[in-house]
Design a protein around this ligand. Structure first.
Ligand code: TRP
Length: 428
């Protein structure tokens, strides 16, 4: 449950719809699905297997299973944790802020220009978003200090299904708006002539990001699992849940985007600009809006916890720090690192790296470079270095059936490293 909580988050609801919007809709979605159910599934199983076999954080796990240069792959994961959480927390802060903006009735309009201006003014403010970013980081640190097991598991069990239900309701509303069918077509009728290197690269990084792969988050969670858990089933279940939520989010956002004539390639503001318009067209819209942003904030929290847990597990296991100290200092540094991301939508928008403002640049380095590199490493490691042991771990010593094991091995050895490597390099 905690791992599904990690997978389902802003990646599904905030990032997936705007990535699909920017990258041609249906063609992006189909490529995304293909990558998730081949490479994504396989890499996830690799992470669980390594984590549980080693019973350690990523740095320690590579160290104990093989040692040598492999340890640096673990360090890369810890670094990715800092980078990804820094901007993730900024966006999660927007979600918290939108709870309050919904309550105050500020969002109750379906005028695209007004909602766009509202989002722009809010994110451009130098203080307010940083305040919410700080609140979100503090919550993440508090959960980590309390320990991942109890709280997160309970939260995921109750609130994730509720989020799912709410998305179904919203999808129905969105799909019945006049003009929504153009959005549905955009989302589900593929035009492969629009596929470029950027589409592939976007779909791949989105697959890794959404499934929480490539930096050892699920490795760390795997290290807390007992030998009796069926990792193969767990992997299937998490992947299905995560994909279902992303699909639904697309079904909510994209029809509404077309119905209200928003711009599908509006980028990171898309969900925050589009959804309030949908709420405004519903009875009890304010109630739905508040509920939605509360659930989104919680979904973000069960994800951010897995990012910070990697950092904390490293400092606790390998450096002998107290858990509380590791969480507070780690969280503090990540908070500071997030400040430029927050400011990059306002006063620092002129400062760009490779044509991207700071927040998108951090996302790019984390999701498009570090996660795929981590994914290549983990699949090579399982496919070539520890395969017999990995197979034994995956099947729980032969207790669980795994007919597709040869396929898994083939993907780990060849398909994942070559495909991910090729997409990565061509993307650069
Ligand atoms: N998967 C989460 C989401 O979709 C984000 C996330 C949590 C993540 N842990 C991660 C992404 C580890 C990459 C790596 O919102």
């Amino acid at each position: 449950m905690a791992a599904s909580g990690s997978a389902v988050g802003l990646g599904n609801i905030w990032k997936f719809p705007y990535m699909a919007g920017e990258n041609g809709g249906a063609a992006f979605f189909i490529i995304y699905l293909a990558l998730v159910f081949t490479i994504g599934l396989s890499v996830m199983l690799c992470e669980f297997v390594i984590g549980r076999a080693a019973q350690r954080n990523p740095v320690g796990a590579y160290g104990i299973l093989k040692g040598g240069a492999w340890k640096y792959v673990g360090f890369l994961g810890v670094a990715a944790g800092f980078i990804i959480l820094s901007f993730y927390s900024v966006v999660a802060g927007w979600a918290i802020a939108y709870i309050f903006k919904s309550v105050s009735g500020l969002l109750a309009t379906s005028d695209p220009a007004a909602l766009g201006a509202l989002f722009k003014n809010f994110t451009a403010d130098p203080w307010e978003p940083i305040l919410y970013h700080g609140i979100f980081m503090a919550l993440t640190v508090a959960v980590i200090i309390g320990g991942v097991n109890g709280g997160i598991e309970r939260t995921s069990k109750i609130l994730m299904p509720l989020l799912f239900l709410l998305l179904v309701v919203l999808a129905v509303r969105s799909l019945t708006l006049p003009g929504a069918m153009a959005g549905l077509k955009f989302y589900l009728a593929p035009d492969f002539s629009k596929v470029t290197g950027a589409t592939l690269n976007g779909a791949l990084s989105q697959a890794f990001f959404s499934l929480s792969l490539g930096m050892g988050a699920l490795m760390t969670y795997g290290s807390y699992l007992s030998r009796s858990v069926n990792l193969i089933k767990t992997t299937m279940l998490i992947t299905l849940c995560d994909t279902a939520v992303a699909f639904l989010a697309g079904l909510v956002i994209l029809p509404a985007v077309f119905a209200f004539s928003f711009d599908p390639s509006a980028g990171p503001g898309l969900v925050f600009i589009t959804l309030p318009a949908v709420f405004a067209k519903m009875p009890l819209g304010i109630v739905f809006a508040v509920l939605f942003f509360v659930l989104l904030s919680i979904a973000a929290l069960t994800s951010s916890v897995s990012l910070l847990e990697v950092v904390v597990a490293y400092f606790v296991d390998e450096r002998g720090w107290q858990r509380r100290r590791a969480a507070t200092i780690g969280g503090g540094v990540i908070f500071l690192l997030g400040i430029p991301s927050s400011l990059s939508l306002g006063v620092w928008s002129g400062f760009t790296i490779g044509g991207k403002e700071f927040l998108s640049a951090m996302d790019y380095v984390g999701s498009n470079i570090l996660l795929p590199v981590g994914g290549i490493a983990v699949s090579l490691f399982v496919g070539w270095v520890i395969y017999p042991r990995a197979l034994d771990e995956a099947t729980g010593g032969g207790a669980h059936r795994f007919q597709l094991a040869p396929v898994w091995r083939f993907i780990c050895r060849y398909v994942a490293p070559i495909a991910v490597g090729w997409i990565l390099v061509s993307g650069l």
